[in-house]
Every structure is written in C-alpha cells, then in structure tokens.
Design a protein around this ligand. Structure first.
Ligand SMILES: [Fe+2]
Ligand SMILES: [Fe+2]
Length: 287
C-alpha cells in the first residue's frame, strides 16, 4: 500500500511555478525564458509525481469523504488574521531566498488588484483566496490541497494537465462516472457538480454566506484551469456559470503574475485589510 501522505513537492509553490510555465504571462514574454531556465528535471519529476497521486486518488467517493470530514468545520475557530498567521507557519525551506511566504503571495495578489482600481470585495478576495491551504496544517497531503481542480462523477477531460494519470483512478473505469456527463446532465450548472477536493472548495464553503457572488466564484474555481483556461467543461456550465466565469478569468492573472521581488510591507498594510475584513466577515470563522 502506498503512503497516501506522500508529499512529492518540496514546496507547494512548485505547483504554482509549474502553472506559470504552462500559462506564461502574455504581457511579459521575456519571463518565459527565465522560467524555462529555472526549470530543472528534478522539479518536473516532483510535479509529475504530485499529479500522479492527485489524479489517482481524487475519486467521487474520496471527495464525498473529505466533504464529510472538513465541512463539519470542527477543526479550529479563527479570525481571518489568525488564519493568515496560521497559514504562514507553513514554511517553505526549499528556496528561502526566492520564495515568498503565503501571506506575501496573498498580499501581492490583493495589492495588484487594488492598484487596478477594482471593487473592495475583489481586493479582499485576493487576500483570502488561498486561505483554504490551512488544510495542509490539518495534516492533509499536498495532492488533496493544491493542484488543478476538475469535476468528479463524469469523464475526466483530456485537457486536464497530465490527464494520462487518470487511468489509475478507479472512477476512470467505473461506468457510473466515465461517460461524458456521468451522474450529471447537460448544462446542469456547476452548483450541481462535485469538484476534486482542495483549498478552493474548502474556502468557498467557509465564506459562502459573506461575499458577493463573483468573489465566491473566484475562490471556488480559481484552480479549475481545465475550464477557465481550456474551456473543457462547457457542457456542464449554465448561463450563470458563464456569466461569473468572466470574474474567475479576470482573477487568474493576479494570482499567477503578481509576484514582485519586493515583499509587501505587512505592518503598513494590515490596518487597511483589517477594516476590509471587518466590513464583510464576522470576527471569527469556523475552519
Ligand atoms: Fe490557490
Ligand atoms: Fe494563489
């Protein structure tokens, strides 16, 4: 029996770096070269191994079990800032000179959104979008926290990254789940579709009563690259999904391309974000 807690990535940022190689910033084509130079075969192998585990184990039943476990919200009660501090205990020791910590990634994302003059709930979404990664601190393996997300309960699209690894997933050969629509119906809407389990769905479920709908779509589907980049699941989308995916697409460049060499000044920014958090969210939330 394989060790299900195996964490092949030296850091979860390896997945994000891989995303930038897959979807380079069109506005700074030079960066492409840099990323290519940065690429090394060890890192590629760990990312591949990460996807192998993810695609093998993310079954319909696995997601159902994780929902039951984590949507009871009985792990911890925290304010948003406590949760941000807690998330930041997830230390990345692979490359301390280059890598930004989790809070810095979140603040760079939100500050880039703020600089472009977007509504305050969009800025707040930038700050919050990866908070669901606290799942790692609850002992979850990387492949059940990060990585591209995709629908379970129907055929896995060829357009999902490393789709060849799905042949090891029991749902791949389960007749209930391996047809185009599986347990779903045409254009049934993503509200009725179960996604692979990870930080997106978890945080959506925590925040779903508090933020405007576009913000919730951005949080819930920001890792659903097979749709927001590849449009591989049009057949499950309804008109509402299509409308709100414009926001998911608008969010993605801030997530991927906001990395700046100068780390944000957390102390100076904190009062602004404390006010923003207080405007939309309760003092404490259950995780
Ligand atoms: Fe994320
Ligand atoms: Fe992110």
């Amino acid at each position: 029996m394989e060790n299900l807690n195996l964490n092949p990535l030296s850091s979860m940022d390896d997945w994000e770096d891989d995303l930038i190689r897959r979807y380079p910033d069109p506005e700074t084509p030079k960066k492409k070269e840099e990323y290519r130079n940065y690429q090394d075969s060890d890192r590629d192998a760990t990312v591949r191994e990460f996807y192998r585990l993810n695609h093998q184990y993310q079954t319909y039943d696995f997601v159902s079990a994780k929902e039951e476990e984590f949507l009871a919200f009985n792990k911890r009660e925290m304010s948003i800032w406590d949760a941000l501090d807690y998330l930041n205990t997830l230390v990345d020791d692979s490359d301390p000179d280059i890598e930004l910590d989790q809070l810095q990634h979140l603040l760079q994302t939100s500050e880039a959104i703020r600089r472009d003059g977007h509504p305050d709930w969009f800025i707040l979404t930038g700050l919050l979008h990866d908070l669901g990664k606290v799942l790692c601190l609850f002992g979850e393996p990387q492949w059940a926290v990060v990585g591209d997300t995709f629908p379970v309960g129907c055929r896995f699209s060829e357009k999902i990254v490393h789709a060849n690894f799905f042949s090891e997933n029991p749902d791949y050969s389960d007749e209930r789940y391996n047809s185009k629509f599986g347990i779903y119906t045409e254009n049934c809407g993503l509200e009725n579709v179960k996604m692979s389990w990870g930080h997106d769905e978890y945080l959506y479920q925590i925040l779903k009563d508090y933020l405007p709908k576009p913000a919730l779509y951005m949080i819930r589907y920001h890792s659903f690259y097979a749709q927001h980049r590849e449009e591989a699941y049009e057949h499950l989308m309804n008109d509402e999904d299509r409308k709100y995916f414009k926001w998911v697409k608008a969010f993605n460049p801030y997530d991927l391309y906001s990395k700046a060499p100068v780390p944000p000044d957390v102390k100076a920014l904190r009062p602004y974000y404390e006010d923003l958090i207080a405007k939309y969210l309760p003092n404490k939330l259950l995780f």
